[in-house]
Ligand binder design. Structure first.
Ligand SMILES: [Ca+2]
Length: 484
């Protein structure tokens, strides 16, 4: 209960008390005045006490002898008192109503205070938000300033680039002028080249037709396109394909070769490797042979371990260490290293064949180490006057028959064209062989690494029925033996 409520309560008490005083005194006053008006002396009879706010239910206490008549309470007095009481009750009700209204006002005040507190907190919150917004805007303004700085830098850079671009444009224009003048010159030169080239084309034939054989047994190897050629091509290897002047026979002819230690038999000479084998030399190696019509002995490699042995190796390729692009004399007399790559020589092969009936075995090795064979039932060469014409028997084996198409052909080198082609097959296939036009085999061609090779002409060591014209063998051996 607030101080205001207490005040109201006290006021109410005083009012009640005052009313009771006022209640008693006007009654007595009026009674005394009534008796005085009648001229009667006041009688001392009795007093009647009325307790306000209390209904008179019992008998009214009277006292005789002590009070006068004018102090006696009449019914009118009671009614007057009752009216007064009811009036006071109404006033009290009014006061209560006022108090209630005031209480409502207090509650409203409390609510207003609470609302005010809420409003305060809300205002504080808004203030904080405003502060935050201000700070953020300040930061934004800083960022904006930085951005403006960057834009300025970028603008300056773009201006510099534009200046450089203009400079480059000027240079480009100058270069374009130079290129245009050069183009005119190049055009004139091209025209002259075409005129010269056209005349050459009319004079020189086209290259030979390519081998079109697509063999069933393609060597299993990873195709490697390489143009790596024989390692010693720098030695006596004509740089110009169209050169008519072939290299002279080198000093590595068979007569001049020193015999290495080990696989060399000092005995002999034998007529062929079969005779050496029959003489007790069962190991493969270098032997000295002297065929019947030969003027001088010659070194040769005897293969005694393959197919009962007795094989005289007349050609060997294995590592590209020897250049096979040679002239007639070299192919006639032979070249290379007996324990490596070599060509025995047309003369020596002819002399061997003159001794009797020989068969030919061609051994081919591809780049995954697989070996295949082509066996011809007979083999010999005709005299040099016939260009060492090739004479072959029937084929058997697993390499395919790529040599029979060369049967009956003379031997062609870069300086002696005996082939059936309009040009010189030795020029295009870079070897010496019994070329036809130009043929299905080129075992004296260029030793390419990896098998499949790229070249304008099919100049690798190919055997058309095994790998086609653009697969160069890793190893080749041609060997002969007397027919059993
Ligand atoms: Ca020709």
């Amino acid at each position: 209960m607030g101080p205001r409520a207490w005040c109201l309560f006290v006021l109410l008490g005083l009012s009640v008390w005052g009313s009771s005083e006022g209640l008693r005194s006007p009654i007595l006053t009026r009674r005394r005045r009534y008796l005085e008006d009648k001229g009667e002396p006041p009688k001392k009879c009795s007093y009647t006490f009325l307790v306000p706010e209390q209904k008179i239910t019992g008998p009214i206490c009277t006292s005789r002898g002590l009070h006068t008549d004018k102090d006696r309470v009449t019914r009118l007095d009671v009614a007057a008192v009752r009216d007064l009481l009811s009036k006071q009750r109404r006033e009290m009700d009014t006061l209560k109503l006022v108090v209630n209204i005031d209480g409502n006002m207090v509650n409203e005040m409390k609510l207003l205070r609470k609302e005010s507190r809420n409003m305060n907190s809300r205002v504080t919150q808004l203030y904080m938000q405003l502060l935050h917004e201000i700070i953020r805007k300040r930061d934004n303004s800083l960022e904006l300033a930085q951005l403006e700085g960057r834009i300025l830098n970028a603008t300056a850079e773009s201006l510099r680039l534009a200046a450089r671009y203009r400079d480059l444009e000027v240079r480009y224009a100058a270069l374009s002028a130079v290129v245009n003048s050069q183009s005119v010159l190049v055009g004139a030169l091209e025209e002259r080249c075409l005129q010269v080239y056209g005349r050459r084309q009319e004079q020189s034939p086209q290259g030979p037709p390519l081998v079109q054989v697509v063999p069933e047994n393609i060597p299993v190897s990873i195709p490697r396109f390489t143009n790596e050629i024989q390692r010693d091509h720098g030695r006596a290897f004509p740089r110009d394909r169209g050169s008519q002047a072939g290299p002279a026979p080198t000093g590595s002819t068979l007569e001049l070769q020193k015999a290495p230690q080990g696989n060399f038999s000092a005995e002999g000479p034998f007529r062929d490797c079969l005779q050496a084998q029959e003489a007790g030399h069962g190991t493969s190696g270098m032997y000295l042979l002297k065929p019947g019509e030969a003027e001088r002995p010659m070194q040769v490699w005897c293969e005694q371990g393959l197919d009962n042995g007795g094989w005289t190796v007349i050609q060997s390729r294995r590592d590209g260490s020897v250049n096979f692009f040679r002239n007639w004399d070299a192919y006639k007399n032979g070249f290379g290293n007996i324990d490596g790559e070599y060509w025995l020589g047309l003369l020596g092969i002819y002399n061997l064949g003159k001794q009797g009936d020989y068969r030919l075995l061609v051994e081919l090795e591809d780049w995954v180490g697989k070996k295949v064979y082509a066996d011809y039932s007979s083999f010999h060469l005709e005299h040099e006057n016939e260009g060492y014409r090739l004479r072959l028997g029937t084929y058997q084996g697993n390499a395919g028959d790529s040599l029979s198409s060369h049967n009956g052909k003379q031997f062609t080198t870069l300086d002696r064209d005996k082939d059936a082609f309009s040009g010189n097959c030795a020029h295009f296939l870079k070897g010496g062989w019994w070329y036809n036009s130009c043929g299905q085999a080129n075992l004296n061609g260029v030793w390419y690494t990896g098998g499949v090779y790229r070249s304008k002409f099919q100049d690798g060591i190919f055997w058309a029925d095994y790998g086609g014209g653009f697969y160069s063998m890793k190893g080749v051996r041609m060997m002969i033996r007397p027919i059993d």
